[in-house]
Design a binder for this molecule. Structure first.
Ligand SMILES: [Zn+2]
Length: 462
């Protein structure tokens, strides 16, 4: 097999422990499959969204795959595996490119902690299904999971909480584990986008260093679910010094062009009673607390811009004025993403329904919010947008928030089969997509997942 080193890396990384279609790529030049790809460096940050386009030419003599990046090779090998019947593949040409450039899957490792080993297996699965982004939610009120050497209490204190029954719960990754996850994902054509939450969802950081909050009083790492009032002080420049240290580490560990900075669900209670925050509003001529939120997010986004990166924020970053150049991740419906797109910003659609896979599959009571596999299958991130705005929609994302997901087994069960439907929704723009036809294929994938040890929810209950 000829070509750049990453081809060998992709083949080596193809997972053996989940239902990746079995494809053998010979490495001795007499390849069953020949990969044609440019030999160009892909390792320098900032890394853009991986391009999964590919072409397959099959003749009686050989199979040729043409692609430019690992994501394209992974997608092509999946197609070859799926189309191979009894060891044979029909001759012909396939050219394939996904409908959306951003096809993401998210995991919250803060409400409940998941090991680096599980995270890698999670990435194996999303890579096999054609997703190209893993959004890793690393900091929260309930736990801080990424080590920042110059702020050691973030792990010593912030990574564990005391539960109501007195037990301790938590966990964190080492830098080596994070680097290993990023490299593994990269070899499978998946970009890892980390999320550092600000200015809200910051109680674990404030529990570690009380001076990061407005009151300067001790608070515990939170052991409840919901929205904490303990948020970063917007009037204290030390907070931005802290964030500069965090961003230095984050941009060192993560080559992604995009860094997620949260921006959601930030109560203004502490700010309104804080002399430094009020002083900031006065100094910056900010009319209200919404503008103070915008000031905070804008300043953080600018810091990342200075490091050559682009900030993504939840749609609350629209409040008080949208920072130029930031990407809006729209979760409270799609209005935020639509507003961002029409303002000329990029947007990623992950409306709670049908993109939050922590919601139950099927409603049991009239008041239940459920997200069925069929709802996910019908998802179109660019639905109803004029062509100019639609061009600003990078794609969509499935999110897995883990307040109610304590185990790997439950995480798997909540993902499947909805992740199969999301994969199809983001890859194929074909308006004639048919759920009944999809269901037959989904059942065979679900069998493969079960055989490889993944827990799934049966399609008739999802
Ligand atoms: Zn303050």
């Amino acid at each position: 097999m000829r070509g750049p080193d990453w081809i060998a890396a992709v083949v080596a990384a193809l997972p053996r422990h989940h239902p990746f279609p079995a494809v053998e790529v010979a490495g001795d030049g007499s390849a069953v499959i020949t990969v044609i790809a440019p030999d160009r460096a892909t390792s320098r940050p900032p890394r853009e969204l991986p391009d999964a386009s590919y072409r397959i030419d099959t003749s009686p003599a050989d199979i040729r795959i043409t692609c430019t990046e690992p994501a394209g090779l992974v997608a092509a090998l999946r197609t070859v595996g799926c189309l191979t019947v009894d060891g044979s593949l029909a001759c012909g040409t396939i050219e394939d490119t996904p409908a959306f450039r951003y096809r993401g899957v998210h995991l919250d490792v803060c409400r409940h902690f998941f090991t680096a080993d599980f995270v890698k297996r999670y990435i194996d699965v999303i890579a096999a299904l054609g997703f190209n982004v893993f959004h890793w939610h690393l900091t929260e009120d309930q736990g801080w999971r990424i080590p920042i050497d110059s702020w050691p209490q973030l792990i010593a204190t912030g990574s564990h909480r005391t539960e109501a029954d007195g037990s301790r719960y938590g966990g964190a990754y080492s830098r080596a584990e994070i680097a290993d996850v990023v490299a593994h994902a990269g070899s499978l054509g998946v970009l890892v986008i980390p999320e550092i939450e600000l200015p809200g969802h910051a109680q674990a950081a404030i529990a570690s260093y009380r001076r990061l909050g407005c009151r300067g009083e001790p608070v515990p790492v939170w052991n409840e679910w919901g929205i904490s009032k303990e948020v970063f002080c917007a009037g204290n420049d030390d907070v931005f010094g802290f964030l500069a240290d965090v961003f230095d580490v984050v941009t060192d560990l993560f080559p992604s062009r995009y860094i997620h900075i949260g921006g959601d669900e930030c109560p203004r209670d502490r700010w309104m009673e804080c002399p430094r925050c009020r002083q900031r509003m006065q100094d910056q001529a900010l009319a209200d607390a919404d503008q103070l939120q915008s000031y905070f997010v804008r300043r953080a986004a600018r810091m990342l811009e200075g490091l050559g990166r682009t900030a993504i924020g939840w749609d609350e970053i629209l409040e008080g004025g949208l920072p130029e150049g930031t990407v809006v991740m729209s979760w409270r419906g799609t209005d935020g993403g639509r507003a961002a797109a029409s303002a000329g910003n990029d947007a990623i659609m992950t409306p709670l329904s049908p993109c939050y896979f922590n919601m139950m599959h099927i409603a049991h009571d009239p008041d239940d919010v459920a997200v069925s596999t069929e709802d996910v299958f019908a998802f179109d991130p660019a639905a109803g947008l004029d062509p100019r705005s639609a061009g600003r929609v990078l794609g969509g994302q499935a999110c897995l928030w883990t307040e109610g997901i304590e185990t790997e087994e439950k995480a798997q069960r909540m993902l499947m089969p909805r992740l199969l439907a999301m994969s199809e929704a983001l890859w194929s723009a074909d308006p004639a997509r048919d759920f009944t036809e999809f269901s037959a294929r989904a059942r065979s994938w679900l069998r493969r997942f079960e055989e490889s040890g993944w827990s799934v929810t049966p399609l008739d209950r999802a």
